[in-house]
Design a protein around this ligand. Structure first.
Ligand code: URA
Length: 229
């Protein structure tokens, strides 16, 4: 299938998934947050689940974690539209609780189909849930971040690149540093030249409130709740 046909198939699949009732989250979600960005992207980033803002707006990474992600991408010469963003779960868990195993199992065909249609070269998994699902391994992100390896996701072979979740890095300077360091390797993994002048992400001032993940003003999650480490 050429890129145009894959993009059309992705649009059609998103329309189908918009009515998904594969799990009980369909009863509490406001909308299915399928994915966004370039349907032919070389780089796909996979987060955990939509939060309040994503559930309202319909696109992944709409809150503070998304702003950090955008700055990190800019630092390596990418705009958000150059990549494809998706999550393990397409629907917001109530109170932004951790995804249940049954929900992940119900939702994973959507993510695998996205990988199959976008056909990225590199899939960066953000945090524990995406990393464990797509690596098929139980290792936590603290142990495996920055360690790329080839995996077959369905019929598509990609370089899997586990990264800290930006929501966790927002308030933990050491994690932000590790995330920036890992991010700086992405151009090489993608077979591109690194940008001449790096623009490091701005650290969040100390004393900022410990609201993480979807950065949900209504129901904040803790880092541990997110399973980010
Ligand atoms: N927003 C998302 O879309 N995914 C996350 O994992 C966190 C915030």
């Amino acid at each position: 299938m050429d890129a145009l046909a894959r993009a059309d198939a992705l649009t059609a699949y998103a329309a189908e998934a918009a009515g998904c009732v594969r799990c009980a989250l369909s009863a509490t979600r406001n909308r299915v947050v399928f994915g966004s960005g370039d349907p032919d992207a070389d780089l796909m980033l996979v987060g955990e689940a939509p939060g309040f803002h994503e559930d309202q707006g319909g696109a992944p990474f709409a809150g503070q974690a998304g702003e950090l992600l955008e700055r990190l991408l800019e630092g390596i010469g990418f705009r958000p539209d150059d990549v494809y963003l998706a999550n393990v779960l397409k629907c917001r868990p109530p109170q932004n609780r951790d995804p249940l195993e049954s929900e992940i199992a119900s939702c994973e065909p959507h993510l695998f189909r996205q990988v199959e249609l976008v056909r990225p070269r590199v899939v960066a998994t953000l945090g524990n849930f995406a990393t464990k699902l797509l690596s098929g391994q139980p290792y936590g992100i603290t142990r495996v971040h920055g360690q790329e390896h080839e995996v077959a996701l369905g019929a598509t072979t990609v370089v899997l690149f586990p990264l800290y979740h930006p929501a966790a890095a927002l308030y933990t300077p050491s994690m932000l540093q590790a995330l920036e360091d890992d991010f700086s390797r992405l151009p090489t993994l993608l077979g591109r030249e690194a940008p001449p002048v790096p623009h490091p992400a701005q650290p969040v001032p100390l004393g900022a409130p410990p609201s993480l993940a979807a950065c949900d003003a209504v129901a904040p999650r803790t880092t541990m709740q997110l399973g980010l480490f």
